[in-house]
Design a protein around this ligand. Sequence first.
Ligand code: PLP
Length: 360
Amino acid sequence: MSRVYNFSAGPAVLPEEVLREAQEEMLDYRGCRMSVMEMSHRSKVFQQIIDEAEADIRTLIGIPDDYAVLFLQGGAHLQFTQIPMNLMKNRVADYIVTGTWAKKAWQEAARYGKANKVASSEDKMFTYIPDCSDLPIDPAADYVYICENNTIYGTKFKELPNTKGKLLVADVSSCFLSEPVDITKYGIMYGGVQKNIGPAGLVISIIRKDLITDDVLEGTPTMMKFKTQYDAGSLYNTPNCYSIYICGKVFKWLLKNGGLEEMKKRNEEKAAILYDYLDSSKLFRGTVEKKDRSLMNVPFVTGNADLDAKFVAESKAAGLENLKGHRSVGGMRASIYNAMPVEGVKKLVEFMTEFEKENS
Ligand SMILES: *Cc1c(COP(=O)(O)O)cnc(C)c1O
């Protein structure tokens, strides 16, 4: 059986090796004679799975002891709420609005306090990252919030904003583990795993430990306190056991393949193949400012909606799946996460070259 090249933005491609390993362990996880889906989250076997997953992501990123790693549920969306509930002590926060997800987070935070939009790129359909070197940071702000890689629009912060000493909170859903990061620059770095790590239904949040306190907004549900989750080792209630298990396997796959330095190298190589072609093409063009281009999500158009639709249909028939752009922007988008092999990107560019010949 040959699998498609899957360019989905999320849920997205996983390393084939990881899927095969999970397949082998499906009926009998290492002599337990049951699958990971069937075992108690309080069992010793599962405890080892979650402990190893945490240890491995700590190794990959280089997370120091003063940061906690939490495995949470509710998607990135619930973090739009959980973050203000836990951090908005002065009821003030600054948001940099660079796309749909940042905007949603900003709107949600406004339900709990004064959420300032300190910068935005909405004037040009979110096709760039604004200059964040000298923003009007509110002296009372509890934190500054960014969406580091904009999955829908295909832009990425190449430099973190100058928060003027305020805590930085970042949604890294679509660039999680795509390159080395200095976690100490962040108060919280979190992401839904279904983009660049594992199966949907799990959020990993890396939080500086001094931010995990009982001092949360009045009325915050028990489940929504970071402290509840932290004190229980992410096992306050039944977690998404299977996703944690698969993510753990992906961490091992990343470690085996050279870690985040190597991922960055591969991701730059893959993205360059596609962007170089887009820059030389007379039919297709990329839609965002070159300096802000994402390595993970590459939106492009022909400028003709009918031709875009034809491209999406024909690419699908050729085994290149999920190239349709997000419903809010149209056109095409190729998501080329860690697990997308370079062969997939080469195949895509070959197909585009052929399509260009036939349609110009
Ligand atoms: C997909 C995505 C989200 C939304 O994730 P859910 O898990 O569906 O809530 C938020 N932020 C970013 C950057 C995303 O890519």
